[in-house]
Design a binder for this molecule. Structure first.
Ligand code: HEM
Length: 519
């Protein structure tokens, strides 16, 4: 009798579990039917061999999303939702949308705005092996702490202080380019910009010049570039997802050396600045400083989860996010100014009206002036996004504006780059036109529709720093040099999409001293 009762109980529990599992997943699969999908094949789903080539990734995304704003793409049995419409993904501050989303939340406990709700990045674990664990790839709870640590270091008050270093570094960059200007040689500027950005950011973070570490900066810059390529490759190679296999692959291919190179400089900086943390902090008696290194010192004392290793990882991830993206944007903007001589002349006139020949740029110049240059920078960001996409996982169901429901537990690829090319927002989205960011044109679009820095809780904390840095570099270069390029135009086929949109043909620029040309 007892046996029968146990047996019946087991059968009931198993049956109920299966039923519940089916019920839960039934809804998931029913909801997927709302979205279009390309024709699928057994086992592989929508995956084709050409889709796994990193250089062709942009073609794949465009091909898959060509006819629909929302598409389900099957990688084998795993569905991924691709979104490219601003309305679906962004957090508009428009009053109508605010009330719309509030009523949705109030009545349905859902929200249609993906970026506002999904703070967890998907595939974060794939980077931890190389990149440590910090703001970009930590768990939700730990990410919140990282963000709290970093945000005050990029407040408006701190940004004003950083401008002196930015201007000094940009001036050093102009001096470096003189070598190429004298020889008349065309040069790919990106590498110089990346190293210049690293030097400036680390000086602003620590308050100490790291100019003496030229070799280490160069090694770090190379490692950042190699790392970004490696992560893109791993994301497109599911067989490398298990850490053990990836580890073996890295050892066999010698990529393990890259990890050492990537961590060497941040480790040195954290060790030099945070050893004897208690004495240093107390002796300085300055607990109001918002410089990142001081915030890190305080965090080290007050919160045991901020170990030396974690702070090193925070520094590594922040520097990587900041310097690579900014160097891409300055490179593309210089290339655009070289291709659009009329815009370059306008930028030059704006600079010469603001400052005299040898006058040093101030924080006021960078923060409050050079509006046309800023339009050129923003338009370049829109067309050549340094962060083209983000991958999130929905934590709960989301109701979109037209009542379509995104299932919970869904991997969502948010295509910032395609959202920035929307014909509903920009008349001629594939043409570089700084007037897209004139005051009038900006006011005519919904607020928050330009997504190059993302929106919502995981948006870029360094966006103002990025604009100031790029303004400082370009203003100083254009004041001294006339820029030209041998490229006739940049076609879609000349571009590739890693995490960033990049030029396959580089960023070749010829610098001619202004006095020689008389312009
Ligand atoms: C042109 C330059 C830049 C662009 C286009 C850019 C773009 C972005 C975007 C789109 C995201 C969010 C990705 C997502 O939603 O998943 C992001 C995140 C981030 N950016 Fe930037 N960024 C730039 C420069 C900077 C700078 C200068 C800094 C620091 C000084 C910085 C630090 C970060 C950090 C730490 C995150 C992660 C935020 C988080 O996960 O909460 N970025 N950036």
């Amino acid at each position: 009798m007892a046996f029968l009762i146990v047996f019946a109980s087991i059968i009931t529990i198993v049956s109920l579990s299966v039923l519940l599992y089916k019920k839960r997943h039934q809804r998931y699969y029913d909801l997927l039917k709302q979205f279009p999908s390309p024709p699928t094949y057994p086992i592989v789903g929508n995956l084709k061999p050409s889709h796994l080539v990193i250089d062709d990734f942009m073609k794949t995304v465009k091909e898959v999303t060509m006819h629909h704003d929302r598409v389900i793409y099957w990688i084998g049995p795993k569905p991924i939702l691709l979104l490219k419409k601003f309305d679906d993904i962004s957090v508009s501050t428009d009053i109508f949308l605010f009330f719309h989303s509030f009523s949705q939340w109030f009545f349905a406990r859902y929200s249609q705005i993906v970026l506002n709700q999904n703070a967890e990045r998907h595939l974060s674990k794939l980077t931890q092996h190389w990149f440590g664990t910090a703001i970009l790839n930590n768990t939700f709870a730990e990410w919140k702490k990282s963000r709290k640590l970093i945000i005050p270091a990029f407040s408006s008050e701190m940004l004003e202080k950083y401008c002196e270093v930015l201007n000094r570094k940009s001036s050093a960059l102009v001096d470096k380019l003189k070598l190429f200007a004298d020889s008349g040689e065309e040069v790919d500027v990106r590498k110089y910009l990346l190293n210049n950005n690293i030097e400036g950011l680390l000086e602003n973070i620590t308050g100490v010049s790291i100019q003496t570490k030229e070799k280490e900066i160069e090694e770090f810059g190379d490692a950042i570039e190699e790392f970004i390529l490696g992560v893109g490759n791993r994301a497109l190679s599911p067989w490398l997802y298990p850490d053990a296999i990836n580890s073996m692959y890295m050892k066999l291919t010698g990529k393990i050396k890259l990890v050492k190179k990537l961590h060497r400089l941040p480790t040195q900086i954290v060790r030099e600045n945070l050893k004897d943390v208690n004495e240093k902090y107390h002796s300085e008696k300055d607990d109001s400083s918002k410089r990142l290194i001081d915030l890190m010192r305080k965090a080290r004392i007050q919160d045991s989860t901020f170990t030396e290793t974690r702070l090193k990882d925070e520094l590594l991830q922040l520097t990587t996010a900041a310097c690579d993206a900014s160097s891409m944007n300055t490179s593309f903007t210089l290339l655009m100014l070289a291709l659009h001589q009329d815009a370059q002349q306008k930028v030059y006139e704006e600079i010469t009206q603001l400052v005299s020949e040898h006058e040093v740029f101030t924080s006021d110049h960078l923060c409050n002036h050079l509006k046309y240059l800023e339009q050129c920078i923003r338009e370049t960001l829109r067309m050549y996004d340094p962060a083209a996409l983000s991958i999130r996982k929905s934590q709960k169901e989301h109701v979109l504006k037209d009542n379509t429901i995104i299932p919970s537990d869904m991997i969502i690829v948010i295509m910032f780059h395609l959202a920035n090319q929307d014909t509903a927002l920009y008349k001629n989205p594939h043409k570089w036109n700084p007037e897209n960011f004139s005051e009038q044109a900006t006011a005519s679009r919904p607020k928050g529709s330009h997504l190059s820095f993302s929106m919502g809780p995981r948006s870029c904390p360094g966006y103002k720093y990025a604009i100031l840095l790029n303004k400082s570099q370009i203003a100083q270069i254009i004041r001294c040099y006339h820029v030209k390029t041998s490229i006739k135009e940049l076609n879609p086929d000349d571009l590739k999409m890693e995490v960033a949109i990049k030029s396959k043909i580089g960023y070749p620029i010829r610098f001619t001293p202004r006095k020689k040309t008389g312009t």
